[in-house]
Design a binder for this molecule. Structure first.
Ligand SMILES: [Zn+2]
Length: 258
């Protein structure tokens, strides 16, 4: 089944559909290179590892796709900076340039874009591993995605917190769709980038009963600090509407880095 442009309800579609990856291919390639790294943090088994070649989908028209290019640019820089830091920790890269402050609002909208794209393109799975039937996002989500209305309080981006225990989790990059209690209800998404887990809660908030129960999640984190021995690197994030006003530190373990 082909949905056409999933943002069609907003009007202004162009005739041709975009062929672009709904996750930037450059970012995906870079994320995949994270393999082979152990971390300390929360172990988690993803149901659906990201594979760059599986994510091509015609889900937006060219006009509605180009209107979101700033989201891809911001997320691309954010995630490749994390990859650069990891390369630096592993002594396979140079010290990253101190990056500018990232826009949490753009990162939040980018995660919603990935969620909408994965659902519309038949890639999203529920907790049982079944494909979620493709559909267009609710019009309120479209307005949030295109910056026409803010995310309601306690919805949006959260950062899952490490529990402090040392684990030799396998390196992974994954994207999981969160389902609500109703059949087929989509509640949000989790993007796991080895240690840090970025949780997009589309209703209820990540601490208010979202199925994966992020007990310790920071709402709209102010920074993400990566540490490896004496080395550390911080990515600062700014928000139009403030959240918890806190950041989180993730430690990459030496022992597991083989
Ligand atoms: Zn369109």
């Amino acid at each position: 089944m082909r949905l056409g442009c999933y943002a069609a309800a907003l009007g202004g579609c162009s005739k041709r559909m975009s062929r672009e990856h709904f996750v930037s291919k450059t970012v995906l390639k870079r994320l995949e290179q994270l393999g082979g790294l152990g971390i300390t943090g929360v172990p988690w088994t993803p149901p659906w590892p990201l594979r760059s070649n599986a994510l091509t989908a015609k889900v937006l028209c060219i006009s509605h796709n180009e209107a979101l290019s700033a989201l891809d640019a911001e997320a691309g820089l954010f995630f490749t900076t994390i990859c650069d830091v990891v390369d630096y920790f592993r002594a396979t890269g140079n010290e990253p340039r101190q990056s500018r402050v990232f826009s949490g609002d753009l990162l939040q909208r980018w995660m919603l874009k990935v969620l909408c794209g994965s659902v519309a393109s038949n890639h999203a799975r529920d907790a049982s591993g079944n494909i979620i039937s493709p559909r267009c996002p609710p019009s309120s989500w479209l307005r949030m995605l295109y910056g026409q209305q803010p995310f309601p309080r306690d919805t949006g981006l959260h950062l899952g917190m490490p529990d402090g225990s040392s684990v030799s989790a396998e390196p992974r990059v994954s994207f999981e769709t969160l389902c609500g209690p109703l059949v087929g209800q989509i509640a949000g998404a989790i993007l796991t980038l080895s240690g840090p887990r970025f949780v997009l809660a589309m209703w209820g908030g990540a601490r208010a009963g979202t199925p994966t129960a992020q007990d310790k999640a920071l709402y709209r984190p102010k920074f993400l600090r990566l540490r490896h021995g004496d080395l550390s690197f911080q990515l600062d994030i700014e928000w139009q509407d403030r959240g918890d006003e806190k950041g989180a530190e993730f430690t990459w373990s030496v022992e597991a880095d083989v």
